[in-house]
Design a protein around this ligand. Sequence first.
Ligand SMILES: Cc1cc2nc3c(=O)[nH]c(=O)nc-3n(C[C@H](O)[C@H](O)[C@H](O)COP(=O)(O)OP(=O)(O)OC[C@H]3O[C@@H](n4cnc5c(N)ncnc54)[C@H](O)[C@@H]3O)c2cc1C
Length: 391
Amino acid sequence: MPRFDVVIVGGAAVGSAAACFLSLHTGFRGSVLVLEPDPTYTWCATTRSLASVRHQFSTPGNIRMSQFATEFIRHIGEHLAVDGETPDVGFREAGYLFLAGPQGLATLQSNHAVQRDCGVDAALLAPDALARRFPWMRVDDLAGASLGLSGEGWLDAHSLMQAFRRKAQAQGVVYRVARAAALLRSGHTVTAVQLEDGATVSCGTVINAAGTGAAALARSAGIVLPVQSRKRCVFPFHSPEPAPRCPLVIDTNGVYFRPEGTGFLCGVALPEDQDPECFDFEVQHALFESVLWPALAHRVPGFEAARVGKAWAGHYDVNTLDHNLILGAHPDVDNLLFANGFSGHGLQQSPAVGRALAELVVAGRFETLDLSVFGWQRVLEGRPMREINVV
Ligand SMILES: Cc1cc2nc3c(=O)[nH]c(=O)nc-3n(C[C@H](O)[C@H](O)[C@H](O)COP(=O)(O)OP(=O)(O)OC[C@H]3O[C@@H](n4cnc5c(N)ncnc54)[C@H](O)[C@@H]3O)c2cc1C
């Protein structure tokens, strides 16, 4: 049976970031295997993501992870060059704009206070200031807004993931096209990973980076991971009217839009009671006509004549307890690390989480950014650490 010091299950953004940071960690000399069944990355959340980075969270840990992402991505050429070739992930720093009506203003202001304490470069704007900055936007039903002035934006998710993967491979990490079927456990230890074809790989540490496949994998080791797959549809559209300097706008009803190429992307999360666990990729086409288009045309009158393009569906790995990442070891199993339940913000967290996983493997603790609040403790105690700014 082959043996690797670290076996990473799932080789998209998070698994590849972990592999990469591990291979670059000065204290690590071991072998790393990444198991990934889909080398085209057609179905994973990473490829289907909106690929945006924001600092405007309500939880300091989330803010700090995204601040690290911005710094890392700004200098990605220095971090992830291979043979003199520097990756380009097309990071465009155009900001997020959270809108608030009278009822949402207090939350916007309290989130802003948390963000200011963390050094986020964002400004609260009154409706008249908003109208001056974005004259194409309707503001008469708004009480305020919060605009990210630097550090936030969007990028090419596939390029970021491939940059991690290429660097990891250049550092000696092995990728194998295979699906993990089960984790074989003896007492408090995972001894091997069983593959779908029945083969087994013996392991030192296992990292669960299987996205929406994470709960099934955890179950095979006897652990209940409160993570469900929830469908999210993204609709591209074109507008004959321009919206200059458009940031990623989050409207009061959760509808979001941002520019992409010569057009825009938009979407919305349905309320919890209409958002069941789901693994199919069927686009909910009616969503555009019934929810998105009216909301877009209300907020930006120029979008009245929007033409929708070819939409796609992907899945969030939602932590049903509190919409926040679950990171690190479960107390029942010493050598199994989790990085799951990203709930829609895992792409931007992949650099910080990849680095954190490498630190947990090598040092058994967080060496740079302390992410212990994202550990299993709160999950096992049923004590949610709710992220209010969920998109
Ligand atoms: C529509 C949409 C929009 C989003 N927008 C944003 C955004 O703007 N910003 C942001 O930060 N995040 C966003 N996200 C979330 C983000 O894409 C994810 O949180 C992030 O990509 C998670 O990365 P991952 O590597 O953990 O999971 P994934 O990308 O889902 O990858 C998991 C991998 O594990 C593999 N796998 C699964 N089971 C097994 C198994 N048993 N054995 C081996 N391999 C396995 C899969 O093949 C897959 O490649 C969005 C997601 C969606 C769907």
